[in-house]
Design a protein around this ligand. Structure first.
Ligand code: ADP
Ligand code: MG
Length: 337
């Protein structure tokens, strides 16, 4: 099912402009992440698509060929996974998953078959009669997904589906959710404030900031061609490097290096993985801290910006705090914004 939003804004009765006029088009079976910091309007946008909020006048929402702007949530055939899962506490796993099918007044045999199918899909076999108060966080998350998927929604909406889990479990379930959503094959939009989640799960990511979508694109496009300083720093932690342009060079107080093209009025942003500790490098700094990351060392270097900035060391004798280092950056990896 394709989705298209045109000019959808949301102003709450208290005057809060949670969402500025927004356009968004999502393809059939596509998985799109709404990524941005807390309060930027992600949940509001998701609730508009669900039909839990109505857009300000002029906004239009289309599911496939149908204009659903005025349709209530129960008529939109959307499955929703809420941030806190919102499972029915006094119902078994089976009853939770069957709920939507019962609302559709499906025959009992159909319901049983579908619930079994979805429980298999979501790896919930053997838990049918468990009270959901007796489930682990990961199992609750899968029950919430199974409940949303069971009535065969045309569109799946998930609001921070992993945020209630602890860090270790989140990482495992992130990959699992990515696989599950692809198996289910339904068009899906999910909200997250965690860039690693968006990168791992989504086909495309809409980066949101203060009530608007700043950029939408594939994970690689956002990473390689961020459209704004906000996107560059939110996706991949790029840092602006103090200095000024001189032709196709960027001149800093700690040395100069070549850029892909003249920076002109733009600024240079660098990512930790592009700034290499390298004795042949043209920039100089002093190590403020070194952290072992498993595959490499992350080195905080002072002397370039007022605050130390992160660089990467790939070798076996990492520089220590207080030691002078040289840094190199590949012209193609210095972002001009
Ligand atoms: P996010 O999900 O990105 O954290 P939200 O969409 O929940 O952001 O909120 C966006 C902005 O709208 C925030 O400033 C929030 O406080 C405000 N907001 C959300 N819901 C309401 C509401 N029902 N009434 C008034 N303001 C709201
Ligand atoms: Mg939210």
């Amino acid at each position: 099912m394709t989705i298209s939003l045109t000019g959808c804004a949301k102003t709450f009765p208290d005057g809060t402009r949670a969402l500025l006029p927004t356009d968004l088009a999502v393809g059939d079976s596509e998985i799109v992440a709404l990524l941005g910091p807390s309060g930027c309007g992600k949940t509001t946008l998701l609730r508009l698509i669900a039909g839990l909020e109505t857009p300000d006048s002029g906004g239009r929402i289309q599911l496939g060929e149908e204009d659903v702007t005025a349709l209530p949530v129960e008529s939109r055939r959307v499955g929703i996974v809420f941030q806190n899962y919102a499972l029915f506490p006094n119902m078994s796993v089976r009853a939770n998953i069957a709920y939507g099918l019962k609302m559709q007044k499906q025959p009992r045999a159909t319901i049983t078959a579908r619930v079994d199918e979805v429980m298999g899909l979501c790896r919930l076999e053997g838990l049918a009669d468990r009270a959901n108060t007796m489930l682990s966080g990961g199992q609750k998350q899968r029950v919430a997904l199974a409940r949303a998927v069971a009535p065969r929604p045309k569109l799946l909406l998930l609001d921070e589906p992993l945020s209630a889990l602890d860090a270790a479990l989140r990482e495992v379930l992130r990959d699992e959710l990515a696989g599950l959503l692809r198996t289910i094959g339904t068009t899906a939009i999910f909200v997250t404030h965690d860039q690693s989640e968006a990168l791992a799960i989504a086909d495309r990511i809409a980066v949101m900031n203060t009530g608007r979508i700043e950029q939408i694109g594939t994970p690689m496009t956002l990473y390689q061609q961020p459209a704004s300083p906000f996107v560059a720093s939110f996706v991949g932690h790029a840092v602006p490097l103090d200095g000024k342009a001189e032709g196709d060079e960027w001149v800093t107080g700690a040395g100069r290096f070549r850029t892909r093209e003249p920076a002109g009025n733009r600024k240079v942003f660098v990512r930790p993985e592009s700034l290499m500790v390298d004795e042949t490098g043209s920039l100089s700094g002093t190590v403020a801290a070194t952290t072992f990351m498993g595959t490499h060392h992350r080195v905080l270097v002072a002397g370039l910006n007022p605050a130390p900035i992160p660089a990467t060391y790939r070798g076996s004798t990492p520089p220590q705090r207080g030691q002078p280092v040289r840094l190199a950056i590949n012209a193609d990896e210095a972002l001009l914004l």
